[in-house]
Unconditional design. Sequence first.
Length: 169
Amino acid sequence: MPAQRGFSYLAVLFLVALTAAGLAALGQAWSTAAQRERERELQFRGEAIADAITRYQKAGVTAQPELPRSLDDLLEDRRGPAVRHHLRQRYVDPFTGAADWELVPRDADTTRFGAVRSRSAKPLLRERAPDGTLLRKASDWLFVAPPLEGRQQPALPAPGASEAASAVP
């Protein structure tokens, strides 16, 4: 029986190596799935905020549409006789874990914003936004309120152009 010595030990080592390789592959798959889910949530929440900005502009009491000053303006719009809620809740950025969206001004008035983006520099799996814009990191994805019909909207700055100009509510 000395010829079979150490065979069980090698079999167990081989089994441990195979198990480790399988768990590593499974961990990578879970990580990719979690990243894709964060990207879907980023898109949903960013688009919800952009739509709320549009509703805020349409609900204005003046002839000239106003942009919000903070996310609180979207949560409770007190400009009219009745309080309006354009945004259901203060959405958390899925990449930073906080409601610390970068508020991107639309024009020279930096106290108001017309778009939002994530503050995260985490790379994305997706390479392009639905509008075709090239994406490398989460902060490259700009969620812009669609322009109101019949009104000319100035262009927004490029990603990263005004890091200091954003305001956090």
